[in-house]
Design a protein around this ligand. Structure first.
Ligand code: UD1
Length: 423
């Protein structure tokens, strides 16, 4: 199993170019199944999740030509496609659920075996299914109890759908299905993330008629067919935010290129509250942690445009070294504090009470053997390793490979002392 060895480093300095957004490219790749014509996607990050999506689309019958070295993928889903997503791929990536609407529209049926345990049941797909049912799909409830989504529909018809929570995945599945449904769909309390806007832009280029993406009400007028198009994926705001935190907590000076500052308003506001100096220019966003002392702040994760849950653990890394106590409240996911134990192994002394973490801050951290408990937490412990005395050994780094393109190379180019070792 591969590991990262991270050593205390000086300030991160220089420039870093952000890759295309993982969470934008995955739904866009799923949406290519909605047409028989070829689609070309550019600025595709070379990530494990993207490779899994390529294999999933192939297993469904699409022809996939990927050139991830050049950040490009061509997908052609001409001819017949299968209605069943293989379990061995679905279990590797929750985002496999994104093909649900396209399979229903193309084949009249969609069968997806979800991974077991708490992933089945009502959560976390009842909102996706609620939307598809409103559009006319029939779900086999008995199979659902066994963790198998088996949906069928001769035809989908537009409907008004209210999401109880602005789920990103449910919003994506529903707008894909509504794009080719008969009549008009109105999705209320929709997710407003920039990745939803990118998907809607992609679908609209294909010929869909979607309005309001990026607000809480999305209106989709169904069309009868969609065409193949070329599309450039938006920059990854979470990767950008991670490097911003890295620059700040190492007291560095980094120019972040290929970033949309508007997508990072909450993160930038919170970094400024901590004393980080942030300026925008035509080339990107300059982040300086060497101007002021880092001070504490409180954060609360929320659906977009609130503070992103995916930035919670990297930001907590910064708060462990900022002066004074901070609080982090997680409201999007129920159990997203697994990384706290890893920070504490390094001396952070964080206490958890329900969905709130109390961080004393200002701690002199020590390198330790830690685990990447999830994708973003993996990046967070790496950043912590850069400011901790001694060596930090990070295992289970396959999580990081899922979502950060050339993470080690990009950090090393900024002066970080990190290497990847294969056991
Ligand atoms: C997406 C992102 C992920 C990010 C998350 C929240 C992708 C591929 N992944 O995940 O990186 O952390 O948005 O910003 O884009 N929920 C339900 N019922 C449902 C659906 C969701 O209860 O039917 C709950 C989930 O359990 C979770 C919350 O809603 O607590 C947010 O989930 P959702 O917005 O659906 O996230 P994903 O689309 O899975």
């Amino acid at each position: 199993m591969a590991k990262f060895l991270v050593q205390k480093s000086g300030p991160l300095n220089g420039e870093v170019t952000i890759s295309g957004a993982k969470n934008a490219v995955l739904p866009i790749m799923a949406a290519t199944l909605l047409t028989e014509e070829k689609c070309e996607i550019r600025d595709v990050p070379a990530l494990r999740d993207v490779e899994v999506m390529c294999r999933l689309l192939e297993s469904l019958g699409a022809t996939v030509n990927e050139d991830l070295g050049r950040n490009k993928v061509e997908i052609s889903a001409a001819g017949s496609i299968s209605h069943e997503a293989p379990f061995d791929l679905v279990k590797m990536m929750r985002a496999s659920i994104l093909v649900l609407g396209a399979l229903l529209l193309r084949t009249g049926r969609a069968v997806i075996h979800l991974p077991g345990g708490c992933a089945i049941g009502k959560r976390p797909v009842e909102l996706h299914l609620k939307g598809l049912k409103a559009l006319g799909a029939v779900i086999d409830e008995e199979k659902l109890q066994r963790g198998i989504i088996d949906a069928s529909a001769d035809k989908l018809r537009g409907a008004t759908i209210y999401l109880d929570f602005p789920s990103v995945g449910a919003t994506e599945v529903i707008i894909m299905a509504a794009a080719l449904a008969e009549g008009t769909t109105v999705l209320e309390n929709a997710a407003q993330e920039p990745e939803i806007v990118d998907l809607a832009n992609f679908l609209n280029k294909m010929g869909a008629r979607i309005k309001g993406a990026g607000t809480d009400t999305i209106k989709v007028d169904g069309v009868t067919s969609l065409r193949g198009v070329s599309h450039n994926v938006i920059p990854d705001r979470i990767e950008a935010g991670t490097f911003m935190v890295g620059a700040a907590m190492t007291k560095g000076n980094v120019l972040i290129k290929n970033v949309v500052p508007d997508h990072l308003k909450a993160v930038i506001a919170k970094l400024k509250e901590c004393g980080v100096d942030i300026t925008m220019d035509d080339d990107g966003v300059r982040v300086r942690g060497d101007v002021n002392e880092l001070t504490a702040t409180d954060i609360k994760t929320l659906p977009y445009p609130g503070f992103p849950t995916d930035m919670q653990s990297p930001f907590m890394a910064l708060l462990t070294v900022a002066k004074g106590p901070s609080r982090v409240i997680e409201t999007v996911f129920e159990n997203r504090f697994m990384h706290v134990g890893e920070f504490n192994r390094m001396g952070a002394n964080i206490k958890i009470s329900g969905n709130c973490s109390m961080i004393p801050g200002g701690k002199a951290l020590k390198g330790a053997q830690v685990v990447a408990t999830d994708l973003r937490a993996g990046a967070a412990v790496v950043l912590t390793g850069l400011v901790a005395d001694g060596i930090t050994e990070v295992s289970q780094i396959y999580h990081v490979d899922r979502g950060y393109e050339r993470f080690v190379e990009k950090l090393r180019a900024l002066g970080a002392n990190i290497m990847r070792v294969e056991d």
